[in-house]
Design a protein around this ligand. Sequence first.
Ligand SMILES: Cc1cc2nc3c(=O)[nH]c(=O)nc-3n(C[C@H](O)[C@H](O)[C@H](O)COP(=O)(O)OP(=O)(O)OC[C@H]3O[C@@H](n4cnc5c(N)ncnc54)[C@H](O)[C@@H]3O)c2cc1C
Length: 474
Amino acid sequence: MNNVERLIDDVRERFGPKVALTDRADIEPWLTDWRGRFHGEAAAILAPASTDEVAEIVGLAAAHRVPLVPQGGNTSMVAGATPPADGSAVILSLRRMNRIRSIDRLASVAIAEAGVILSNLHDAVEEQGVRFPLTLGARGSCTIGGLTATNAGGTQVLRFGTMRSLVAGVEAVLPDGSIHDGLSALKKDNRGYNLDQLLVGSEGTLGIITAVALRLVVAVTSRAVAWAGVQSPEQALELLRFLEARTRAVEGFELVAGDSLALVFRHIPGTRLPLESEQPWHVLIEATTADADTDIAAEIQALLAQALEQGFLTDAVIAASESQAEAFWRIRDSISEAERAEGQTLAHDISVPVGRMPSFILEAKNEVERRFPGTIASGFGHLGDGNIHFHVRAGSRTVADWYASEGTEITRFVDDLVTAAGGSISAEHGIGQMKIDELERLAPPGRIHALQAIKQALDPLGLMNPGKLVPLKR
Ligand SMILES: Cc1cc2nc3c(=O)[nH]c(=O)nc-3n(C[C@H](O)[C@H](O)[C@H](O)COP(=O)(O)OP(=O)(O)OC[C@H]3O[C@@H](n4cnc5c(N)ncnc54)[C@H](O)[C@@H]3O)c2cc1C
């Protein structure tokens, strides 16, 4: 019997078969990352239902020296929740811990267990007349634990920030089996290092998040969702500044390239261009109000008319109904899926200083397509945050095993451009296993040293999601 088998036996003996799944059919769907690029191996999925069960499992794993790969919805864009290929680790799924423990409207805080699916949280708090404002395309399957562990961003960061701004406290099982309880969500607490924030963005490498206290905001009474055509990313940024100077209602502002749209219309049934005219670039704008007396659609419509007159856009339409608004968002949210259907695509979730973003998008596209003829590069996403998804499709390149061969070279090329522009090779998706080599190649030595030192201090046995985020000491 090897160590993994001993751990599985112990967990099964302690908690029963429900907590240690070993049927191949149960495990198989969780061994591959969302993009289908990394395939791992694991003899079991351990699925505790409470914080105490997690703590006992962490203790048993330490005793048997078996690494744990925490997993929520497995929607990581950087293969962060995919186990190593050698079968040395087991998956620790938090999906059974899916209780919303409390929603406190007066304190504006909800406490949700790690396995709560984001859209379920949205619905539950909405029923209480409040709102959790972070949202993203994977909301139907990603979990609060995963969102916290990756410091996820999404489409409303412009106004509300990333998970880091919305996490008021974390409950987690640390690698030594102790439980850190930060759920009291104190606004003021100066007892030294902020453990809760250290766990935000730690990608499962410092402990298992079991529950999170989340900040809520007032519910919106109505929203206006508009689609506008612009001539360039620069004009899109000008449009954002034009709107921000006149209203505080804008909370989503997404840039979409014309050629990304063409892919969506080709591969995603039921989608079509909201505008009557073809445009090279598009923006999806969402504005909200919590004031029942404000006609937000009329306000945005008037502002867009002014913007058209003053040359900040070339065409625009406001969704006439909630279902049309959803249809607009579906177009935006389907870009990655459409690219996947089209063929091989390299994804780069990057950020550069906001003011440099418009020129970066165009220059990086030109440089990539010139250096690798036949590829198609495009940038889309959260322009106002200085964060875009800069994707490169294989196009007409017919190199065998494109991802592993030329793909690596293209990614290095893009990451060098990002670094030269003073940016980050991971704006919101994290590092996982996909970006770990690039982090090691490009991050300043001080950053790598700090990551390794913190990891070593909290997880000296290296059992928390090894091979992700923290480059090995050499
Ligand atoms: C269609 C689509 C759109 C997306 N859009 C965005 C976007 O706009 N912005 C954005 O930021 N991200 C986006 N993402 C990726 C996003 O990071 C994930 O959706 C989400 O943050 C991960 O949640 P998850 O529950 O699936 O976590 P998983 O994928 O299961 O895990 C992600 C990481 O967190 C760790 N982890 C998971 N649960 C825990 C836990 N309880 N304790 C400790 N560590 C844990 C894992 O080990 C892994 O390292 C998108 C993904 C998809 C598929």
